[in-house]
Design a protein around this ligand. Structure first.
Ligand code: NI
Length: 172
């Protein structure tokens, strides 16, 4: 396993749509494991493949308590097959937007279908933080970022802040 570099916004790599995974084989499993290790090291609760520069529909999520038994979810081709009418407003962060937290509205619970690390089709109902996280990561696979849920004004403020942050990181 390896800890990989997480691409920070703004970057055109993060705006590309990802291609479906044909089948979850050894190579895809390795990507999933590297993504999990990278996510835990960050630390974060979710990571999508485009954030490490891979344009395949793969996400990892773990919203369990870091002090307890970890419950990693490795998902290929995840899709929302049903969503509640209930909407929640919750603060979200993103490993591609360090230190930026913004409130986003999303369905409170969602049913997710995906291929697991053994290429088996699975389905489950996500709620609370896990539901938010899964929706956020699936967005990444379509090039949709946290800021795309905000007003034009807020989006431009955050992207300007991110450009400054990246410039400072390069010259440091
Ligand atoms: Ni994100």
């Amino acid at each position: 396993m390896a800890i990989l570099h997480i691409i920070k916004a703004p970057d055109p790599i993060l705006k590309k749509r990802c291609a479906p995974v044909d089948r979850v084989d050894e190579d895809i499993r390795r990507v999933m494991d590297d993504m999990l290790e990278t996510m835990y090291a960050a630390p974060g609760v979710g990571l999508a493949a485009p954030q490490i520069g891979i344009h395949k529909r793969i996400i990892v999520v773990d919203t369990s308590n870091p002090k307890g038994d970890r419950q990693p979810l490795r998902m290929a081709n995840p899709e929302i097959v049903a969503a509640s009418e209930d909407i929640v407003l919750r603060e979200e962060g993103c490993l591609s937007f360090p230190d930026q937290y913004e409130e986003v509205e999303r369905p409170a619970t969602v049913r997710v279908r995906y291929l697991d690390h053994e290429n088996e089709i699975r389905e489950f109902d996500a709620e609370g933080l896990q539901a938010v996280c899964v929706q956020h990561e699936i967005d990444h696979l379509d090039g949709v970022l946290l800021v795309d849920h905000l007003s034009t004004l807020k989006r431009s403020i955050i992207l300007r802040r991110m450009k400054k942050f990246k410039k400072a990181a390069v010259s440091a």
